[in-house]
Design a protein around this ligand. Structure first.
Ligand code: PLP
Length: 497
């Protein structure tokens, strides 16, 4: 098997398709070492092309972003931060990190950017510890008349550790849309902090600002954490900053989900957290459409603490991913990306409205961002049944808890749909209406089965086979007009799969 040679022979004398040539060369190189891995890469592209991606936390990054990630930069250790490394030979990584940080600051209007976190969860840990070190550890050291942790006694160190472990965090409840890292008991955040949760209002499904203010005054947390994975509303960061200041809380916003909407100006003014928060964290791979990774943005006051993410929390940074972040931030700082960000919200509003029109329950009845939360319990289904049935019909999306969910986080009562990926492919209003119709038709044809004990199952279901076949055809029809990475011809690989 000589994939590259085959491709060169097939295309000899024709026009050069650089993207395809690069892809073939990469697959060829992987296949020589491990053909099965090469096959899964191509198969993943085929699968993603044949299923409609409605996962709210996923996107399709550009081929330049992918190329920046897949190279020798991965070999380099660069513990520390640009200009301050624990390793030799970091000149090029310094340049990469400086460029990525500058691109991030330009894009978000941030005072400082730390681009090393490997993921959103890492970014949150970096931020938590930066806040703890600034507000607890440093003052405690000063009290002991010391600057260096290594110079204090074991008793003094125990005292600092106890104080660090006794701080309060107020974050959004997982069932209301918050993230695991915001104080969920099965996550380290809940073990690090004395955690308190706020919820959305039962009637509106949205945050209740008066209630939040009251909780802030009751709890008086060190960290007031805002941000979500499954919330369809806008958040007024200007007013929340006022409330945080009233009790001296540090305002931290985890904008992992909606950073692309901020970057593209679709969330601006009081809805732009970077303008108000002390610290913002984010992933770089969701609406922001970059490589898989994380980042922390902060005011100058937190910069020196955030920059110590390594050695404090993370090990060596990933230079290849920082390079890809730099590419993605520049891509996001363009008029095209602005249009894209606005279109994501337009599309999700159309999707929500079309679902409601078809009789499907949508949390809050609409959305203000890229997320649409669907209530499938009203159809007698769990999220798990709905997720699996829709996947069989050609749609990839994920189940999600709804506020105060009776089915819990495994089965759930809801689905979370998102439009970042379909919008990247170029879909618009017409496709959203068609997608909503397919979803409604499928969900109405799914029926829960009985489990082995004769009870109504939360996992098993039956689906109308005619509806399934028709849906797959309809999805194929949509995807044939909006091809993922159209430069890449997967038919060429058929004989290798
Ligand atoms: N924060 C929020 C709000 C998220 O939605 C997520 C991921 O879904 C994360 C953090 C964690 O990101 P990662 O999976 O990159 O660690």
């Amino acid at each position: 098997m000589d994939i590259l040679k085959d491709y060169l022979a097939k295309t000899a004398g024709g026009e050069l398709n650089r993207e395809m040539l690069t892809f073939v060369a990469n697959i060829d190189m992987v296949a020589r070492q491990n053909p099965t891995i090469a096959k899964t890469i191509v198969q993943e592209l085929i699968d993603q092309r044949s299923h409609l991606k409605l996962i709210a936390s996923e996107n399709f990054c550009s081929l330049p972003v992918q190329s920046a990630m897949g190279n020798l930069l991965t070999d380099k250790y660069a513990e520390g931060y640009a200009g301050n490394r624990f390793y030799a030979g970091c000149d090029n990584v310094d340049e990469i990190e400086r460029i990525a940080s500058k691109e991030a600051c330009d894009l978000f209007g941030a005072q400082h950017a730390y681009v090393q976190p490997h993921s959103g969860a890492d970014a949150n840990l970096v931020a938590f510890w930066a806040i703890l070190r600034k507000h607890v550890q440093t003052p405690a050291l000063e009290k002991f008349g010391e600057k260096n942790l290594l110079n204090i006694t074991n008793e003094q160190w125990d005292e600092i550790r106890a104080e660090m472990g006794n701080q309060k965090l107020l974050g959004m409840d997982l069932y209301s849309g918050g993230h695991l890292t915001h104080g969920y008991r099965h996550n380290a955040s809940a073990q690090m902090f004395d955690c308190y949760n706020y919820h959305v209002d039962k009637e509106t499904g949205l945050l209740d600002y008066d209630n939040l203010r009251q909780m802030l005054h009751e709890v008086k947390p060190l960290i007031f954490l805002i941000g979500f994975s499954a919330y369809p509303g806008n958040i007024d960061y200007a007013i929340l900053k006022q409330y945080a200041d009233e009790v001296g809380a540090v305002m931290m916003v985890d904008m992992a989900h909606f950073a692309g909407l901020v970057a593209g100006g679709a969330l601006s003014g009081k809805y732009n957290p970077v303008a108000y928060a002390d610290i913002c964290t984010t992933t770089t791979h969701k609406t922001l459409r970059g490589p898989r990774g994380g980042m922390v943005l902060c005011t100058e006051a937190y910069a020196e603490y955030v920059d110590k993410g390594c050695p404090h929390v993370i090990g060596g940074p990933l230079p290849h991913v920082m390079a890809a972040k730099a590419i993605a931030f520049k891509e996001a700082n363009t008029p095209e990306f602005k249009t894209y960000a606005h279109k994501i919200i337009e599309n999700s509003k159309h999707l929500a409205a079309s679902l409601v029109e078809k009789g499907i329950g949508v949390q809050t009845g609409t959305t203000e961002n890229h997320i649409v939360l669907v209530d499938v319990a009203a159809l007698g289904l769990t999220g798990r049944q709905a997720e699996n049935a829709l996947r069989e019909c050609g749609l990839t999306l994920n189940r999600n808890t709804l506020p105060f969910d009776a089915h819990g986080p495994w089965y759930t009562s809801g689905l979370r749909l998102g439009t970042p990926a379909t919008t990247t492919l170029g879909m618009g209003k017409e496709e959203m209406a068609e997608i909503a119709d397919i979803i409604a038709t499928v969900l109405k044809s799914v029926k829960p089965s009985l489990d082995k004990k004769g009870n109504v199952s939360k996992a098993r279901y039956t689906i109308d086979e005619g509806v399934k076949a028709a849906s797959i055809e309809r999805i194929k029809g949509i995807l044939s007009k909006f091809v993922l990475y159209p430069e890449i011809d997967t038919d060429f690989f058929a004989k290798y799969l």
